[in-house]
Design a protein around this ligand. Sequence first.
Ligand SMILES: *Cc1c(COP(=O)(O)O)cnc(C)c1O
Length: 412
Amino acid sequence: MDMPKTGKSWEEVRKELEARGAGDAKWRDGKTAVYVFNAGPEIAEVQHEAYTAFMSENGLGPLAFPSLAQMEREVVEMALSILNGPDWATGAITSGGTDSITMAMKAARDYARAEKGLKGPANIVLPQSAHPAFDKAAHLMDVEVRRIPLKTDGSYEADPRAMGDACDAATIMMVGSAPNFPHGVIDPIEALGDVAEAKGVWLHTDACVGGYFAPFARMNGVPVPPFDFEVPAVRSISADLHKYGYAAKGASTVLFRDKKLYDYMPFDAQNWSGAPMKTPTLAGTRPGGAISAAWAVMNVLGVEGYREKQGLVCETRERAEEGFKRLGFEVLGKPMLGLIAFRHPEHDSFAIYSEMYRKGWFTSITIDPPSLHLMLSPKHAEVIDQYIEDLAEACETVAKGKAGERVEARYN
Ligand SMILES: *Cc1c(COP(=O)(O)O)cnc(C)c1O
């Protein structure tokens, strides 16, 4: 398509925009359980208005926009207040989980070079279930990735002993997830902490999808094990605002136990023709709206608001678990938060997934072991019974050998 020679009216372009969305996943009615976190129309309005209020401002310029710098500081402080941050803990807002993970790895690598005499190649040790963002960051930094098989006891948890065995003098980081994405299970961060301390290795908790969920689930009485700075070996945490923080997209936090560790993260560029530019994260320009929307949603919800939303999600997951078990499904491990993976002992998970897709459900799958996967939002409380009904029908169709064509599930 060529750029139009003369522009059209906004009215005309707006109509076309609206029409284009028509073919997308129907997330607003709750039939999508991946990619979108639907906390309802009130929060959507806060995101929208708070984002547009600072849409043109740029987080790259804290001197020009002290408002954004202060909002960022306050978001980081609020995050640390729920994640057991010690006095000297600090952090930054990034563009997303991948950015947070990349920057935590950069800090850990530079720390190892400066304080542990690391020269030459480096590696990271992570459970098989950890997010591919670590591989991407490792690729960028030319770091070797050592993925270690999970425990074989059906818990789908990281195996601390095997991970410890994989560490050596060139290991810059060990990783645990809270929770991991494929199974929704929280890794044994305390046990990983013991190993990390014994080996003198930096432990990172990837709480991208659980950082703004697990603390509130715990306040609601869920027996969430220690996973954050409460575990002394945890030196950094990634926690995404644009997931269960219910912020607008383009916002995550990367947090450090100590300012001294944080100081290995920013990149200080002095040797160019322009003015000095020291940036904390991967981005140059940082959208002000992502910062203001996150700050606004946190202030609108507060602890009580998050507790209520996450309580609703946990309840919905429990209802889902009961329904799935009634239909003969097995739930993988012990999910405690908003993610759940499940499979049927007789019927092919991906055949069932395909039938559900044809019924209008856009969800995800887990490959190992082959399972269906849901990432639940508050909105799903209204539709989970329908999902379970449809699942019963889909099982019947597959059991009768009447399954239709396979739908491929992938993230690209
Ligand atoms: C979503 C997620 C990430 C990556 O976050 P993005 O914002 O998609 O870059 C990393 N780890 C876990 C466990 C996640 O769920």
